[in-house]
Design a protein. Structure first.
Length: 85
């Protein structure tokens, strides 16, 4: 296994940063040109984030120490999951 020099690591990181910067500029221009599609895309993405957050809340309920805490965590998680659908 060969060790990479620090210079090569920095060159790779700089190239990746420039590439991601170009991608973000292109996506920003598309977002400005297509506001309706951007709005729908953001809404869908936020909806999925809320759904996954609800499932995470339900999963965290099993780490609760009391029955009341368990029940509230389950109810809040179900509210997140059912509200976003």
């Amino acid at each position: 296994m060969t060790a990479q020099s620090t210079t090569n690591v920095f060159k790779q990181a700089a190239g990746a940063s420039i590439g991601w910067g170009v991608v973000m500029i292109v996506l920003g221009c598309l977002a400005l040109c297509l506001p309706f599609a951007t709005g729908i895309g953001v809404s869908v993405a936020l909806g999925w984030i809320i759904v996954f957050g609800g499932f995470a809340h339900i999963a965290s309920a099993f780490a609760a120490r009391g029955a009341g805490s368990f029940l509230w965590r389950i109810l809040v998680g179900l509210a997140y999951v059912s509200h976003s659908g």
